[in-house]
Write a protein that binds this ligand. Sequence first.
Ligand code: GUN
Length: 298
Amino acid sequence: MTILDGKAAAADIKAEIAKEVARRTEQGLKRPHLAAILVGHDGGSETYVASKVKACGECGFDSTLIRLESTDDAPLSQDELMARVQELNDNPDIDGFIVQLPLPRHIDEQAVIEAIRPDKDVDGFHPVNVGRQSIGLPCFHSATPAGIVELLRRNGITTKGKRVVIVGRSNIVGKPLAAMLMQKGDMGDATVTVCHSATPNLVDVTRQADILVAAMGRPGFITADMVSDGVTVVDVGTTRVPDATRKSGFRLCGDVDFAAVSPKCEAITPVPGGVGPMTIVSLMMNTLEAARRHDANR
Ligand code: GUN
């Protein structure tokens, strides 16, 4: 059984990106610049954004973190958030930016996503990027699916002709990953099934998987009886579960019961240290690509 070490692969990729950034600066090209908007103080979002800012430093990028307060007494208005998005759209020094999700419930999240200029949408969430991806055109691929595909590729796990079962149909993971893996060509050509809360006899479907992707955000949901011997399992879950033995008071729990499932696997991603670090480097790769595209217009 192989552990698919996302942390190690991410470190290799960050070193490759840093080399490319050094080459760029020698040629007089600017450092890629990623900005992130973080609204409020959601614990998970704080951690993810801090990791993204740290990764920018490791890659030699400039980064800007824009923190916006929103409380019950003083909620951030939609207009204020849209104005901040517009500023980043118009700022020629910013190559790409993200608005960390989830946003407070009173904010129209989709309107915010659609306000981001597609050529700066390094999350790949704008409908232009989603649409281009679904028909195989050059675009910013959403970070988690791109990270999963890269982790498989770097571990010599091919997808051509494989039966891939994805559990979870989110716009961020399930849908774009299905589109990527069913595309013609390298790291595509898979037969993809997407399961969700209305799928009957889920076990019968997951047992057919050569590659099983668990992305529904339900800790420990995938149990040993749900997989066949020799499966490759990709665990996208990162639920915070209270744990009094940890300094932080919680631990990250995947969607897969790792102890029970891993003995049946050919390969499996750990949580943490699997998909998470790969998601962050995908964002870095998109930001480098955005900077390359913007070079011509500077
Ligand atoms: N929240 C969870 N994952 C993501 C992500 O990849 N991008 C953004 N912007 N928010 C997220």
